[in-house]
Design a protein around this ligand. Structure first.
Ligand SMILES: [Zn+2]
Length: 562
Protein backbone atom coordinates (compact mmCIF):
# COMPACT_ATOMS: atom_id res chain seq x y z
CA UNK A 1 0.00 0.00 0.00
CA UNK A 2 1.30 3.45 -0.92
CA UNK A 3 1.56 5.99 1.91
CA UNK A 4 2.69 9.61 2.08
CA UNK A 5 3.20 10.17 5.82
CA UNK A 6 6.13 9.29 8.07
CA UNK A 7 5.51 7.02 11.05
CA UNK A 8 8.71 7.92 12.87
CA UNK A 9 7.26 9.92 15.79
CA UNK A 10 3.93 10.64 17.49
CA UNK A 11 2.16 13.62 15.90
CA UNK A 12 1.09 16.62 17.93
CA UNK A 13 -2.16 18.52 17.36
CA UNK A 14 -0.71 21.04 14.90
CA UNK A 15 0.92 18.34 12.78
CA UNK A 16 -2.35 16.40 12.61
CA UNK A 17 -4.24 19.60 11.70
CA UNK A 18 -1.75 20.46 8.94
CA UNK A 19 -1.84 16.95 7.46
CA UNK A 20 -5.65 16.82 7.44
CA UNK A 21 -5.77 20.20 5.68
CA UNK A 22 -3.19 19.04 3.14
CA UNK A 23 -5.30 15.96 2.41
CA UNK A 24 -8.35 18.13 1.69
CA UNK A 25 -6.33 20.42 -0.60
CA UNK A 26 -4.82 17.50 -2.47
CA UNK A 27 -7.99 15.38 -2.70
CA UNK A 28 -10.95 17.83 -2.85
CA UNK A 29 -13.29 15.32 -4.53
CA UNK A 30 -12.66 12.67 -1.90
CA UNK A 31 -12.44 14.56 1.38
CA UNK A 32 -14.21 17.05 3.59
CA UNK A 33 -12.68 18.29 6.84
CA UNK A 34 -15.20 19.19 9.52
CA UNK A 35 -14.84 20.17 13.15
CA UNK A 36 -17.59 18.91 15.45
CA UNK A 37 -16.75 21.61 17.97
CA UNK A 38 -13.90 22.88 20.08
CA UNK A 39 -12.21 21.19 23.03
CA UNK A 40 -12.10 22.77 26.49
CA UNK A 41 -8.91 24.66 25.57
CA UNK A 42 -10.25 25.62 22.14
CA UNK A 43 -8.66 23.04 19.82
CA UNK A 44 -10.79 21.77 16.91
CA UNK A 45 -12.28 18.29 17.09
CA UNK A 46 -11.48 17.30 13.49
CA UNK A 47 -13.16 14.59 11.48
CA UNK A 48 -11.84 13.89 8.00
CA UNK A 49 -14.70 12.52 5.91
CA UNK A 50 -13.56 10.37 3.00
CA UNK A 51 -15.63 9.07 0.09
CA UNK A 52 -15.76 9.19 -3.69
CA UNK A 53 -18.15 12.14 -4.06
CA UNK A 54 -18.65 11.44 -7.77
CA UNK A 55 -20.66 8.41 -6.55
CA UNK A 56 -22.73 10.14 -3.89
CA UNK A 57 -22.38 12.47 -0.95
CA UNK A 58 -20.65 11.68 2.38
CA UNK A 59 -23.83 11.20 4.39
CA UNK A 60 -25.66 9.13 1.76
CA UNK A 61 -23.57 6.00 2.22
CA UNK A 62 -23.01 3.46 4.99
CA UNK A 63 -20.24 4.85 7.16
CA UNK A 64 -17.24 3.45 9.00
CA UNK A 65 -15.76 5.60 11.73
CA UNK A 66 -12.24 5.35 13.14
CA UNK A 67 -11.61 7.15 16.44
CA UNK A 68 -7.94 7.69 17.30
CA UNK A 69 -8.34 7.41 21.04
CA UNK A 70 -10.36 8.56 24.04
CA UNK A 71 -7.44 8.11 26.43
CA UNK A 72 -4.99 10.97 26.08
CA UNK A 73 -1.79 8.97 26.22
CA UNK A 74 -2.78 6.24 23.80
CA UNK A 75 -1.34 8.21 20.91
CA UNK A 76 -0.63 5.10 18.84
CA UNK A 77 -4.35 5.23 18.07
CA UNK A 78 -4.02 8.62 16.35
CA UNK A 79 -1.29 7.16 14.18
CA UNK A 80 -3.56 4.18 13.31
CA UNK A 81 -6.31 6.61 12.26
CA UNK A 82 -3.88 8.75 10.24
CA UNK A 83 -2.56 5.62 8.53
CA UNK A 84 -6.08 4.62 7.51
CA UNK A 85 -6.68 8.03 5.87
CA UNK A 86 -3.20 7.91 4.30
CA UNK A 87 -3.86 4.49 2.74
CA UNK A 88 -7.39 5.27 1.53
CA UNK A 89 -6.33 8.49 -0.23
CA UNK A 90 -3.04 7.32 -1.66
CA UNK A 91 -4.50 4.10 -3.07
CA UNK A 92 -7.89 5.35 -4.21
CA UNK A 93 -7.36 4.04 -7.75
CA UNK A 94 -6.62 0.55 -6.51
CA UNK A 95 -9.65 -1.60 -7.40
CA UNK A 96 -10.73 -2.73 -3.93
CA UNK A 97 -10.29 0.70 -2.33
CA UNK A 98 -12.00 2.44 -5.27
CA UNK A 99 -15.04 0.23 -4.76
CA UNK A 100 -15.05 0.86 -0.99
CA UNK A 101 -14.94 4.64 -1.54
CA UNK A 102 -17.67 4.39 -4.15
CA UNK A 103 -20.00 2.53 -1.80
CA UNK A 104 -19.11 3.82 1.66
CA UNK A 105 -17.87 6.76 3.69
CA UNK A 106 -15.07 6.84 6.26
CA UNK A 107 -15.14 9.25 9.18
CA UNK A 108 -11.58 9.49 10.48
CA UNK A 109 -11.18 11.26 13.83
CA UNK A 110 -7.52 11.05 14.81
CA UNK A 111 -7.54 13.11 18.01
CA UNK A 112 -10.82 13.64 19.92
CA UNK A 113 -9.04 14.41 23.21
CA UNK A 114 -6.61 16.94 21.76
CA UNK A 115 -6.02 18.87 25.02
CA UNK A 116 -5.17 15.78 27.03
CA UNK A 117 -2.91 14.38 24.30
CA UNK A 118 -1.05 17.66 23.89
CA UNK A 119 -0.48 17.65 27.65
CA UNK A 120 0.75 14.03 27.48
CA UNK A 121 3.15 14.78 24.62
CA UNK A 122 4.63 17.89 26.27
CA UNK A 123 4.74 16.95 29.99
CA UNK A 124 6.32 13.94 31.70
CA UNK A 125 3.04 13.00 33.47
CA UNK A 126 0.78 10.14 32.48
CA UNK A 127 -2.79 11.39 32.05
CA UNK A 128 -6.02 9.44 31.56
CA UNK A 129 -8.10 11.64 29.24
CA UNK A 130 -8.12 15.33 29.89
CA UNK A 131 -6.17 17.88 31.97
CA UNK A 132 -9.13 19.08 34.03
CA UNK A 133 -8.89 18.41 37.80
CA UNK A 134 -11.24 15.58 38.81
CA UNK A 135 -12.62 14.30 41.16
CA UNK A 136 -10.98 16.94 43.42
CA UNK A 137 -10.27 20.48 42.33
CA UNK A 138 -7.15 20.80 44.47
CA UNK A 139 -4.16 18.51 45.13
CA UNK A 140 -4.80 15.82 47.72
CA UNK A 141 -2.44 14.23 50.29
CA UNK A 142 -0.22 11.44 49.05
CA UNK A 143 2.45 10.78 46.46
CA UNK A 144 2.11 12.82 43.26
CA UNK A 145 4.18 11.53 40.31
CA UNK A 146 6.90 13.97 39.19
CA UNK A 147 10.12 13.86 37.19
CA UNK A 148 12.62 14.43 40.02
CA UNK A 149 15.87 13.63 38.23
CA UNK A 150 15.01 15.82 35.23
CA UNK A 151 15.40 13.16 32.52
CA UNK A 152 11.94 13.99 31.13
CA UNK A 153 10.46 10.66 32.21
CA UNK A 154 8.57 9.68 35.37
CA UNK A 155 9.95 6.28 36.33
CA UNK A 156 9.92 4.11 39.43
CA UNK A 157 11.56 4.97 42.74
CA UNK A 158 12.80 2.31 45.16
CA UNK A 159 13.36 2.96 48.84
CA UNK A 160 15.52 0.60 50.93
CA UNK A 161 13.71 -0.35 54.14
CA UNK A 162 13.52 -3.35 56.51
CA UNK A 163 9.77 -3.28 55.83
CA UNK A 164 10.33 -3.72 52.06
CA UNK A 165 8.66 -6.52 50.11
CA UNK A 166 10.94 -6.49 47.06
CA UNK A 167 14.60 -7.28 46.48
CA UNK A 168 16.92 -6.98 43.52
CA UNK A 169 17.32 -10.14 41.46
CA UNK A 170 20.93 -11.36 42.01
CA UNK A 171 21.22 -12.25 38.27
CA UNK A 172 19.83 -8.99 36.88
CA UNK A 173 19.67 -6.08 39.31
CA UNK A 174 17.17 -4.23 37.07
CA UNK A 175 14.61 -6.86 38.00
CA UNK A 176 12.78 -6.73 41.31
CA UNK A 177 11.60 -10.01 42.78
CA UNK A 178 9.39 -10.71 45.79
CA UNK A 179 10.91 -11.07 49.25
CA UNK A 180 10.05 -14.54 50.55
CA UNK A 181 8.29 -15.07 53.90
CA UNK A 182 11.39 -16.42 55.66
CA UNK A 183 13.88 -13.83 54.38
CA UNK A 184 15.10 -11.71 57.28
CA UNK A 185 18.57 -10.62 56.15
CA UNK A 186 19.37 -8.58 53.05
CA UNK A 187 18.45 -5.39 51.21
CA UNK A 188 14.71 -4.97 50.80
CA UNK A 189 12.84 -2.23 49.00
CA UNK A 190 9.46 -0.65 48.51
CA UNK A 191 8.58 0.60 45.03
CA UNK A 192 6.74 3.83 44.27
CA UNK A 193 6.31 6.13 41.35
CA UNK A 194 9.01 8.80 41.06
CA UNK A 195 7.45 11.80 42.77
CA UNK A 196 6.85 13.99 45.82
CA UNK A 197 4.51 13.42 48.74
CA UNK A 198 1.90 15.98 49.75
CA UNK A 199 1.43 16.24 53.56
CA UNK A 200 4.10 13.58 54.27
CA UNK A 201 3.95 12.37 57.86
CA UNK A 202 7.48 10.96 57.76
CA UNK A 203 6.27 7.34 57.80
CA UNK A 204 3.55 6.39 55.33
CA UNK A 205 3.66 6.62 51.54
CA UNK A 206 0.53 6.07 49.51
CA UNK A 207 -0.53 7.40 46.12
CA UNK A 208 -2.56 10.63 46.01
CA UNK A 209 -5.79 10.37 44.01
CA UNK A 210 -5.14 11.08 40.33
CA UNK A 211 -5.17 14.82 39.70
CA UNK A 212 -6.75 14.40 36.26
CA UNK A 213 -8.89 11.35 36.95
CA UNK A 214 -11.76 11.89 34.53
CA UNK A 215 -12.04 8.98 32.11
CA UNK A 216 -13.70 9.87 28.81
CA UNK A 217 -14.39 6.20 28.25
CA UNK A 218 -16.65 6.17 31.35
CA UNK A 219 -18.48 9.47 30.88
CA UNK A 220 -21.03 8.50 28.18
CA UNK A 221 -24.79 8.33 28.81
CA UNK A 222 -25.15 4.55 28.67
CA UNK A 223 -24.96 2.48 31.87
CA UNK A 224 -23.34 5.57 33.41
CA UNK A 225 -22.52 5.43 37.14
CA UNK A 226 -21.23 8.02 39.61
CA UNK A 227 -17.69 8.03 41.01
CA UNK A 228 -18.31 5.69 43.94
CA UNK A 229 -19.47 2.96 41.57
CA UNK A 230 -17.42 3.82 38.51
CA UNK A 231 -14.09 5.56 39.05
CA UNK A 232 -13.52 8.23 36.41
CA UNK A 233 -17.19 8.42 35.42
CA UNK A 234 -17.48 12.15 36.04
CA UNK A 235 -20.02 14.25 37.90
CA UNK A 236 -22.64 13.53 35.23
CA UNK A 237 -22.67 11.97 31.75
CA UNK A 238 -21.17 14.23 29.12
CA UNK A 239 -19.50 16.39 31.76
CA UNK A 240 -16.92 17.86 29.38
CA UNK A 241 -17.46 19.49 26.01
CA UNK A 242 -15.31 16.81 24.33
CA UNK A 243 -17.88 14.14 25.30
CA UNK A 244 -20.88 16.32 24.51
CA UNK A 245 -19.66 17.22 21.01
CA UNK A 246 -19.15 13.56 20.20
CA UNK A 247 -22.48 12.51 21.72
CA UNK A 248 -24.35 15.05 19.62
CA UNK A 249 -22.50 14.27 16.41
CA UNK A 250 -22.93 10.48 16.75
CA UNK A 251 -26.62 10.75 17.61
CA UNK A 252 -27.23 12.59 14.32
CA UNK A 253 -25.25 10.22 12.09
CA UNK A 254 -27.79 7.53 11.30
CA UNK A 255 -25.63 6.29 8.41
CA UNK A 256 -23.01 5.23 10.96
CA UNK A 257 -22.69 1.44 10.77
CA UNK A 258 -19.30 0.62 12.32
CA UNK A 259 -16.92 2.34 14.67
CA UNK A 260 -13.46 1.26 15.68
CA UNK A 261 -11.88 3.00 18.69
CA UNK A 262 -8.15 2.66 19.17
CA UNK A 263 -6.56 2.22 22.58
CA UNK A 264 -3.29 0.87 23.93
CA UNK A 265 -2.05 -1.59 24.96
CA UNK A 266 -2.39 -5.36 24.97
CA UNK A 267 -2.94 -6.73 21.47
CA UNK A 268 -6.68 -7.28 21.80
CA UNK A 269 -9.89 -6.61 19.93
CA UNK A 270 -12.68 -5.88 22.43
CA UNK A 271 -16.38 -5.80 21.66
CA UNK A 272 -19.57 -4.96 23.57
CA UNK A 273 -21.28 -5.31 25.85
CA UNK A 274 -19.10 -3.54 28.42
CA UNK A 275 -21.71 -2.83 31.10
CA UNK A 276 -23.71 -6.09 31.07
CA UNK A 277 -22.86 -9.77 30.50
CA UNK A 278 -22.98 -10.88 26.86
CA UNK A 279 -25.75 -13.37 27.71
CA UNK A 280 -28.06 -10.38 28.28
CA UNK A 281 -27.16 -8.74 24.96
CA UNK A 282 -28.74 -9.31 21.55
CA UNK A 283 -27.48 -12.71 20.42
CA UNK A 284 -27.83 -12.04 16.70
CA UNK A 285 -25.48 -9.07 17.05
CA UNK A 286 -23.08 -11.16 19.11
CA UNK A 287 -22.87 -13.61 16.19
CA UNK A 288 -22.11 -10.69 13.86
CA UNK A 289 -19.33 -9.49 16.16
CA UNK A 290 -17.84 -13.00 16.09
CA UNK A 291 -17.77 -12.89 12.28
CA UNK A 292 -15.90 -9.56 12.36
CA UNK A 293 -13.49 -10.89 14.96
CA UNK A 294 -12.62 -13.79 12.66
CA UNK A 295 -11.32 -11.20 10.16
CA UNK A 296 -9.51 -9.35 12.96
CA UNK A 297 -7.78 -12.57 14.03
CA UNK A 298 -6.68 -13.29 10.47
CA UNK A 299 -5.27 -9.81 9.87
CA UNK A 300 -3.75 -8.98 13.26
CA UNK A 301 -3.34 -12.20 15.25
CA UNK A 302 -4.79 -10.30 18.21
CA UNK A 303 -6.96 -11.90 20.89
CA UNK A 304 -10.71 -11.21 20.71
CA UNK A 305 -12.54 -10.56 23.95
CA UNK A 306 -16.03 -9.49 25.00
CA UNK A 307 -15.46 -6.47 27.22
CA UNK A 308 -17.51 -7.52 30.24
CA UNK A 309 -17.20 -11.31 30.04
CA UNK A 310 -13.60 -11.86 28.94
CA UNK A 311 -11.65 -8.59 29.33
CA UNK A 312 -12.89 -7.48 32.74
CA UNK A 313 -14.10 -10.89 33.88
CA UNK A 314 -17.73 -11.50 34.87
CA UNK A 315 -16.88 -11.54 38.57
CA UNK A 316 -14.63 -8.51 38.33
CA UNK A 317 -15.26 -5.59 40.63
CA UNK A 318 -13.75 -3.29 37.98
CA UNK A 319 -16.71 -2.08 35.93
CA UNK A 320 -16.68 -0.36 32.54
CA UNK A 321 -19.85 1.70 32.70
CA UNK A 322 -20.50 4.79 30.60
CA UNK A 323 -18.09 3.60 27.90
CA UNK A 324 -18.08 5.05 24.40
CA UNK A 325 -18.43 1.49 23.09
CA UNK A 326 -21.71 0.98 24.93
CA UNK A 327 -22.97 4.44 23.97
CA UNK A 328 -22.37 3.65 20.30
CA UNK A 329 -23.77 0.13 20.44
CA UNK A 330 -26.57 0.21 23.04
CA UNK A 331 -27.38 3.91 22.63
CA UNK A 332 -27.19 4.23 18.84
CA UNK A 333 -27.25 0.72 17.43
CA UNK A 334 -23.79 1.07 15.86
CA UNK A 335 -21.39 -1.87 15.67
CA UNK A 336 -18.47 -0.75 17.76
CA UNK A 337 -15.27 -2.26 18.93
CA UNK A 338 -12.14 -1.14 20.70
CA UNK A 339 -8.65 -2.24 19.82
CA UNK A 340 -5.90 -2.40 22.38
CA UNK A 341 -2.99 -1.91 19.99
CA UNK A 342 0.62 -2.70 20.86
CA UNK A 343 0.94 -6.38 21.68
CA UNK A 344 3.95 -5.92 23.93
CA UNK A 345 3.33 -9.11 25.94
CA UNK A 346 3.23 -11.19 22.79
CA UNK A 347 6.35 -9.47 21.40
CA UNK A 348 8.20 -10.42 24.57
CA UNK A 349 6.71 -13.93 24.75
CA UNK A 350 5.00 -13.23 28.10
CA UNK A 351 2.36 -15.47 29.67
CA UNK A 352 -0.99 -13.87 28.65
CA UNK A 353 -3.40 -12.88 31.43
CA UNK A 354 -6.59 -13.03 29.32
CA UNK A 355 -9.36 -14.04 29.30
CA UNK A 356 -10.00 -13.42 32.99
CA UNK A 357 -10.52 -14.62 35.73
CA UNK A 358 -7.10 -16.14 34.99
CA UNK A 359 -4.60 -14.80 37.52
CA UNK A 360 -0.88 -15.03 36.95
CA UNK A 361 1.21 -16.72 39.61
CA UNK A 362 4.09 -14.91 41.31
CA UNK A 363 6.54 -16.98 39.23
CA UNK A 364 4.73 -16.07 36.00
CA UNK A 365 4.74 -12.36 36.89
CA UNK A 366 8.48 -12.46 37.56
CA UNK A 367 9.08 -14.43 34.38
CA UNK A 368 7.14 -11.82 32.40
CA UNK A 369 9.27 -8.99 33.79
CA UNK A 370 12.39 -10.95 32.92
CA UNK A 371 11.12 -11.49 29.38
CA UNK A 372 10.50 -7.75 28.97
CA UNK A 373 14.12 -7.00 29.89
CA UNK A 374 15.45 -9.72 27.58
CA UNK A 375 13.31 -8.42 24.72
CA UNK A 376 14.60 -4.87 25.29
CA UNK A 377 18.17 -6.12 25.26
CA UNK A 378 17.59 -8.09 22.05
CA UNK A 379 16.04 -5.08 20.32
CA UNK A 380 18.57 -2.51 21.51
CA UNK A 381 15.94 -0.55 23.41
CA UNK A 382 18.10 0.25 26.41
CA UNK A 383 17.64 3.99 25.88
CA UNK A 384 14.05 3.37 27.01
CA UNK A 385 15.27 2.01 30.33
CA UNK A 386 17.25 3.54 33.16
CA UNK A 387 19.33 1.44 35.57
CA UNK A 388 18.64 2.08 39.28
CA UNK A 389 20.42 5.37 40.01
CA UNK A 390 20.88 6.96 43.43
CA UNK A 391 18.97 10.16 44.10
CA UNK A 392 18.65 12.35 47.19
CA UNK A 393 14.93 12.62 47.71
CA UNK A 394 13.94 15.76 49.68
CA UNK A 395 11.48 13.75 51.80
CA UNK A 396 12.62 10.12 51.71
CA UNK A 397 16.40 10.61 51.78
CA UNK A 398 18.51 8.27 49.65
CA UNK A 399 16.37 6.48 47.01
CA UNK A 400 17.08 4.94 43.62
CA UNK A 401 15.26 6.01 40.45
CA UNK A 402 15.06 3.79 37.39
CA UNK A 403 12.94 1.48 35.25
CA UNK A 404 11.21 1.66 31.89
CA UNK A 405 9.84 4.62 29.97
CA UNK A 406 6.17 3.93 30.68
CA UNK A 407 4.91 6.18 27.88
CA UNK A 408 6.93 5.15 24.84
CA UNK A 409 7.87 1.59 25.69
CA UNK A 410 4.93 0.22 27.65
CA UNK A 411 1.89 2.38 26.83
CA UNK A 412 2.94 3.05 23.22
CA UNK A 413 5.42 1.17 21.04
CA UNK A 414 8.91 2.54 20.55
CA UNK A 415 8.62 4.24 17.15
CA UNK A 416 10.64 1.56 15.41
CA UNK A 417 7.67 -0.77 16.08
CA UNK A 418 5.01 1.80 15.15
CA UNK A 419 4.59 0.96 11.46
CA UNK A 420 4.04 -2.76 12.03
CA UNK A 421 1.42 -1.81 14.64
CA UNK A 422 -0.62 0.63 12.56
CA UNK A 423 -0.70 -1.18 9.24
CA UNK A 424 -2.41 -4.38 10.40
CA UNK A 425 -5.47 -2.54 11.68
CA UNK A 426 -6.00 -0.80 8.36
CA UNK A 427 -5.83 -4.21 6.68
CA UNK A 428 -8.61 -5.31 9.03
CA UNK A 429 -10.71 -2.16 8.47
CA UNK A 430 -10.50 -2.49 4.67
CA UNK A 431 -11.97 -5.98 4.96
CA UNK A 432 -14.41 -5.23 7.76
CA UNK A 433 -15.86 -2.23 5.87
CA UNK A 434 -16.91 -4.65 3.14
CA UNK A 435 -19.39 -6.33 5.48
CA UNK A 436 -21.65 -3.23 5.47
CA UNK A 437 -25.07 -3.37 3.76
CA UNK A 438 -25.23 -2.45 0.07
CA UNK A 439 -28.41 -1.67 -1.86
CA UNK A 440 -28.84 -2.61 -5.53
CA UNK A 441 -31.75 -2.45 -7.95
CA UNK A 442 -32.25 -5.37 -10.32
CA UNK A 443 -34.88 -6.75 -12.73
CA UNK A 444 -36.11 -3.25 -13.53
CA UNK A 445 -38.83 -3.38 -16.20
CA UNK A 446 -41.91 -1.61 -17.50
CA UNK A 447 -45.05 -3.01 -19.02
CA UNK A 448 -47.49 -1.05 -21.17
CA UNK A 449 -51.03 -1.65 -19.89
CA UNK A 450 -52.85 0.87 -22.09
CA UNK A 451 -51.99 4.06 -23.95
CA UNK A 452 -50.31 6.33 -21.38
CA UNK A 453 -50.58 3.74 -18.58
CA UNK A 454 -47.59 1.63 -17.48
CA UNK A 455 -46.57 -0.77 -14.77
CA UNK A 456 -43.05 -0.08 -13.43
CA UNK A 457 -41.38 -2.90 -11.52
CA UNK A 458 -38.02 -3.36 -9.82
CA UNK A 459 -36.39 -5.55 -7.22
CA UNK A 460 -34.40 -3.90 -4.46
CA UNK A 461 -31.80 -6.11 -2.82
CA UNK A 462 -29.10 -5.93 -0.17
CA UNK A 463 -25.91 -7.69 -1.28
CA UNK A 464 -24.04 -6.92 1.96
CA UNK A 465 -23.30 -9.30 4.82
CA UNK A 466 -25.12 -7.07 7.33
CA UNK A 467 -28.82 -6.27 7.22
CA UNK A 468 -29.87 -2.77 6.17
CA UNK A 469 -30.48 -1.84 9.81
CA UNK A 470 -26.92 -3.04 10.72
CA UNK A 471 -27.49 -4.07 14.34
CA UNK A 472 -30.56 -5.71 15.88
CA UNK A 473 -29.95 -3.24 18.69
CA UNK A 474 -30.89 -0.44 16.27
CA UNK A 475 -34.29 -2.15 15.82
CA UNK A 476 -34.59 -2.72 19.60
CA UNK A 477 -33.98 1.00 20.14
CA UNK A 478 -36.96 1.84 17.87
CA UNK A 479 -34.70 4.13 15.88
CA UNK A 480 -35.01 2.27 12.58
CA UNK A 481 -37.10 3.69 9.78
CA UNK A 482 -38.31 1.62 6.84
CA UNK A 483 -36.42 1.73 3.57
CA UNK A 484 -38.21 4.13 1.23
CA UNK A 485 -38.33 3.52 -2.50
CA UNK A 486 -39.60 6.42 -4.56
CA UNK A 487 -40.38 7.16 -8.17
CA UNK A 488 -39.80 10.47 -9.99
CA UNK A 489 -40.54 11.59 -13.54
CA UNK A 490 -44.14 10.37 -13.91
CA UNK A 491 -47.43 10.59 -12.03
CA UNK A 492 -48.79 7.50 -10.32
CA UNK A 493 -52.18 6.30 -11.48
CA UNK A 494 -52.79 4.53 -8.21
CA UNK A 495 -50.87 4.54 -4.91
CA UNK A 496 -48.06 6.67 -3.52
CA UNK A 497 -44.88 7.60 -5.35
CA UNK A 498 -42.90 6.67 -2.24
CA UNK A 499 -43.29 3.18 -0.82
CA UNK A 500 -42.02 1.91 2.51
CA UNK A 501 -40.72 -1.63 2.25
CA UNK A 502 -39.36 -2.38 5.72
CA UNK A 503 -35.82 -3.73 5.99
CA UNK A 504 -33.69 -6.17 4.00
CA UNK A 505 -31.53 -8.85 5.54
CA UNK A 506 -27.93 -9.41 4.51
CA UNK A 507 -26.35 -12.74 3.63
CA UNK A 508 -25.43 -13.18 7.28
CA UNK A 509 -29.05 -14.30 7.74
CA UNK A 510 -28.81 -17.13 5.23
CA UNK A 511 -28.22 -20.54 6.73
CA UNK A 512 -25.43 -22.23 4.82
CA UNK A 513 -25.51 -25.85 5.96
CA UNK A 514 -23.60 -28.95 5.10
CA UNK A 515 -25.66 -32.11 4.96
CA UNK A 516 -25.03 -35.67 3.86
CA UNK A 517 -25.94 -34.60 0.31
CA UNK A 518 -23.61 -31.60 0.34
CA UNK A 519 -23.96 -27.88 1.01
CA UNK A 520 -27.37 -26.24 1.05
CA UNK A 521 -28.78 -22.73 1.41
CA UNK A 522 -31.81 -21.80 3.45
CA UNK A 523 -33.00 -18.22 3.14
CA UNK A 524 -34.91 -17.35 6.28
CA UNK A 525 -35.81 -13.69 5.66
CA UNK A 526 -35.96 -11.57 2.54
CA UNK A 527 -32.76 -10.05 1.17
CA UNK A 528 -34.72 -8.75 -1.84
CA UNK A 529 -38.14 -7.19 -2.23
CA UNK A 530 -40.16 -6.40 -5.34
CA UNK A 531 -41.65 -2.92 -5.73
CA UNK A 532 -44.19 -1.85 -8.31
CA UNK A 533 -46.00 1.34 -9.43
CA UNK A 534 -48.79 2.07 -11.90
CA UNK A 535 -47.92 5.31 -13.68
CA UNK A 536 -49.32 7.64 -16.29
CA UNK A 537 -46.88 8.99 -18.85
CA UNK A 538 -45.83 9.07 -22.43
CA UNK A 539 -43.85 6.34 -24.07
CA UNK A 540 -40.12 7.06 -23.87
CA UNK A 541 -40.34 8.99 -20.60
CA UNK A 542 -37.41 8.38 -18.26
CA UNK A 543 -38.48 7.46 -14.74
CA UNK A 544 -36.03 7.53 -11.84
CA UNK A 545 -36.22 5.07 -8.96
CA UNK A 546 -34.43 5.86 -5.70
CA UNK A 547 -34.08 3.73 -2.61
CA UNK A 548 -33.03 5.26 0.68
CA UNK A 549 -32.07 3.55 3.91
CA UNK A 550 -30.71 5.16 7.08
CA UNK A 551 -27.72 2.84 7.30
CA UNK A 552 -27.48 1.23 3.86
CA UNK A 553 -27.40 4.56 2.03
CA UNK A 554 -29.05 5.64 -1.18
CA UNK A 555 -29.12 4.11 -4.66
CA UNK A 556 -30.88 5.07 -7.90
CA UNK A 557 -31.67 3.61 -11.27
CA UNK A 558 -33.53 4.79 -14.37
CA UNK A 559 -36.16 3.07 -16.48
CA UNK A 560 -37.80 4.18 -19.75
CA UNK A 561 -41.56 3.78 -20.13
CA UNK A 562 -42.18 1.47 -23.09
ZN1 LIG B 1 -7.71 3.24 26.44
Amino acid sequence: MKTALQYDHYYNYQEITDILREFTEKYPDFTRLISIGKTTEGREMWILEITDTSEGDFDEKPAYMAIGHVHAGEVTGSMCAMYLADVLLNNKEEEQIASLLKNSTFYVMPRPVADGSEYYLTHPDMIRSINIPYPFDSEMPGLVPADLDGDGVIRNMIVKTPFGVWKKDPQDSRLLIRRQSDETDGDFYNVYSEGLINDYDGVHVSMAPQKYGLDLNRNYPMNWNPEYKQPGGGLYPGQVIESRNLIEWISKRRNLVNTIIFHTFGGMYLYPPAGIPAAQADQKDQEMFKAFMKIAKEETGYHQLRIKDDFLGLDSKAPANGSLDDYLYHGNGVFCHSVETWNLAEQCGMVPEYPKPKKLTEEEETENQRKLLEWMDRNELNSFYKEWTEFDHPQLGKVEIGGPDKKYLLQNPPVKFLMQEVEKHTRYILRHARTMPHLVFSQTRTEKLADGLYKVEAVLGNTGFMPTYATSEFLNLKLARDIEVSLEGAETADGEKTQKIGQLEGFASVKANYSFFGPSTIETSPMQKKVCWYVRGEEGTAVKLTAESQKAGRTSTEVILK
